[in-house]
Design a protein around this ligand. Structure first.
Ligand SMILES: O=C(O)c1cccc(C(=O)CC[C@H]2O[C@@H](n3cnc4c(=O)[nH]cnc43)[C@H](O)[C@@H]2O)c1
Length: 236
């Protein structure tokens, strides 16, 4: 860093200063304790980060996130944890960085099919992420030889448990790579407080017929730990 106040600061120094100032306080919200513990292992005690297990589902995630925002200031919030992956788009053990966070069941069922709240004039079922940062995180994960997709991540209150529902979701939102249960809740809390948001997911199971014994939670938590250590470096 340039410590001489009288000399001009270069463009690249400005960028560095901006980055380190921008992300000094980061809140990471997982659903459950084992996810929080995997993230904490990856962060290795970095004091810029606070990690909470905010509960399962969008309502708990939103309330937990908003409660933290009411008590402290944050520069960034990250929804993180394990997730289901759409077959052919995100395999078990790989990572997904959200390019967009979509509440896939926020809308109305009609005889003609599902209609998003957006079409009905009741707000939006999607929240934009901090795009540049999502791209940088994806690139850093790839550089660290992780398999990662940058794609929309769906939030659902109900885990998909049939091939029919999985196919319907994949057809309705063809770009989506993963589904989880909290991203949209964290993202709405962030949006209402003007705080940038990311979602980072490690795939534990394929989306489709329910087979809980086939979930590879250990592999997903290991990938989440690696991804958290890379997130720490990207925000440095
Ligand atoms: O039983 C365990 O040992 C265990 C360990 C870690 C996490 C869990 C959970 O049940 C976390 C639930 C959490 O995971 C997300 N998730 C994972 N797969 C899917 C899916 O296919 N569809 C939707 N959500 C999924 C979700 O965000 C839940 O909060 C258990």
């Amino acid at each position: 860093m340039n410590t001489n106040n009288s000399s001009p600061t270069s463009h690249s120094e400005h960028e560095h200063i901006h980055q380190s100032v921008a992300y000094q306080r980061v809140l990471i919200v997982t659903a459950v304790d084992v996810e929080r513990d995997a993230v904490l292992r990856g962060l290795e005690g970095d004091s810029r980060f606070e990690v909470i297990a905010g509960g399962v589902g969008p309502a708990s995630a939103a309330a937990s996130t908003a409660t933290k925002f009411a008590r402290d200031n944050y520069d960034l919030v990250v929804s993180a944890g394990i997730a289901g992956g759409f077959t052919g788009r995100a395999a078990v053990g790989t990572l997904v960085v959200a390019s967009e966070i979509i509440a896939a069941d926020l809308g109305v069922e009609t005889a003609e099919g599902f209609r998003r709240v957006d079409e009905l004039g009741f707000g939006s079922a999607s929240v934009a992420v901090e795009t540049e940062l999502a791209s940088r995180l994806t690139a850093a994960l790839k550089a660290a030889e992780q398999t990662v997709a940058l794609a929309p991540v769906l939030t659902l209150s109900t885990v998909t448990g049939t091939a029919e529902t999985a196919a319907a979701l994949a057809q309705r939102i063809p770009e989506a790579a993963a589904e989880a249960m909290e991203g949209y809740g964290v993202a709405v809390a962030a949006q209402q407080s003007g705080i940038p948001v990311l979602e980072l997911r490690a795939i534990s199971n394929p989306i489709g017929p329910r087979d809980r014994d086939a979930w590879r939670i250990g592999d997903a938590l290991a990938a989440l730990q690696v991804a958290s250590s890379i997130l720490k470096e990207v925000l440095r």
